[in-house]
Design a binder for this molecule. Structure first.
Ligand SMILES: [Cu+2]
Length: 146
């Protein structure tokens, strides 16, 4: 009886721990936005996403752009082609890099210039395998492209 009780309390503990992790199942590292020039209406942001479980990057928003799209970039007969992705699947434990020349976030209708040294607020939305939505807000440094 005592053994069953301790097994039950272990199960409850495991459940509580996993419930606590729900809000932070996707790690975001190396995030930055590319500095823009005056009058430029489109910007770009980059980051590396690592999800603990299979999940999906659904969308991104920022107060300083009308919309943000997830894009892929590929070479097609020597021509760079960008394509909008409805969402980006994330494999458990696999780094998904959004970097110049590959996946990136495209910011449309910038409301102000992105100046190097300043910061940009970006809200990311993820959906886990069970359909649960989580969001995290990031502060990205704005930098000149290397
Ligand atoms: Cu693009």
């Amino acid at each position: 009886m005592k053994l069953i009780k301790s097994i039950i309390s272990l199960l409850v503990l495991a459940f509580l721990l996993s419930a606590c992790e729900v809000n932070n199942r996707v790690a975001v590292i190396d995030s930055w936005a590319r500095a823009s020039v005056p009058g430029q209406s489109v910007g770009a942001a980059y980051m590396t996403l690592i999800s603990a479980d299979d999940s999906t990057f659904v969308r991104a928003e920022t107060p300083i752009a009308s919309s943000v799209e997830i894009h892929s970039m590929t070479m097609d007969n020597g021509v760079m082609k960008m394509r909008m992705l409805p969402e980006l699947p994330l494999k458990a434990g696999k780094e998904e890099k959004l970097a110049p020349g590959g996946f990136h976030l495209m910011l449309f209708d910038l409301k102000k210039q992105l100046k190097a040294g300043e910061q940009l607020e970006l809200k990311l939305t993820f959906r886990d395998a069970s359909g649960k939505i989580t969001q995290q807000t990031l502060t990205l440094p704005i930098k000149e492209a290397e």
